[in-house]
Design a protein around this ligand. Sequence first.
Ligand code: UD1
Length: 348
Amino acid sequence: MDMKQKVLVTGGTGYIGSHTIIDLIQHGYEVVCVDNGSNSDTSPLQTIKQLTGVEVPFYPLDLCDLDASEQIFVDHPDIRGIIHFAALKAVGESVEKPLLYFKNNLESLMNILTLALRYKVKGFIFSSSCTVYGDAPESPVTEQTPWQEAASPYGRTKQIGEHIITDTIKDSAMQGILLRYFNPAGAHPSGIIGESPINPPQNLVPVITETAIGRRDQMTVFGTDYPTRDGSCIRDYIHVMDLARAHTLALQYLFDGKQNQSCDVFNVGIGNGLSVLEIIAAFEKETGVKLNYKLGPRRPGDVVAIYADYSRAAQLLGWQPQFTVRDIMSSAWKWEQYRTQLMENSLK
Ligand code: UD1
């Protein structure tokens, strides 16, 4: 019997979701996608078809609508796994609109869990974040590092989300894996799919590439007086295809029956802490493009430094990062140039 196992990817037209769909298809999974289009259009689905030859069934639905979302499972009662990316993720916006974040991120999570249990889904993977550690006293952080107060309502939705999942599936036949991402960046090596949000990106690498291509006049380094080697914040930048791979491996781990407990948790970062200024220098070196940046004040809610101990994912999931910071920069730049070309052509 060589039946492909079916996986529902929520938030599948977004940045990490779309890259994960590619990895899943390339590793023999059948994918169904749902997205409410709040921060992405459906063009990644066409690119996925171009890259893999597969047309992914797509539901343009909001998971906050439980009844509408049930249609996915009526049409595909054989969904065995769910990878739940769908969520709002702008830290600053969450400070201004906390209820929007709690309502959207938690209601959609509770609905998808309700459907997962109703339709006897076997494995559930959740997009958690290193933000659950808050302002960690030291790095690298392990999965055992105690949580600090979340720095934003967004961060709190990830903390609460982890609790909701753990409590909900405790006595069920479904098993869960919480993946705590560090800072995803870069694009598929083809350069024809990458991060393409509808709302202006706030994250460092897309801000860098948008500045380099001239869509922004100048960028700001948020804070140069942190207690770090050069005064700017330190993060763990992980290539989006390495992160995608972690999801496929996590799902396989559950399907292979390798997990003993009901719910487990893994850090997914590459363990290499780099400062904002080092990232800017890496971009300039890799691409030969000079960035127009200025040094500015701290951004509220930022933590000083955080990077991962990923030995648990290495040991249990067999996950190892394959891409370097140079790969992140070259692929992000390739994608920025490609998508700018696409946008210019569509204006002609
Ligand atoms: C944050 C969250 C992360 C979340 C992600 C989603 C924390 C600790 N992390 O990541 O959980 O998933 O947002 O969006 O809350 N920077 C600049 N100039 C810029 C943009 C960024 O200097 O124009 C700096 C930031 O101050 C920070 C670093 O670059 O030091 C990375 O920022 P960003 O890419 O926004 O990610 P995080 O804030 O680390």
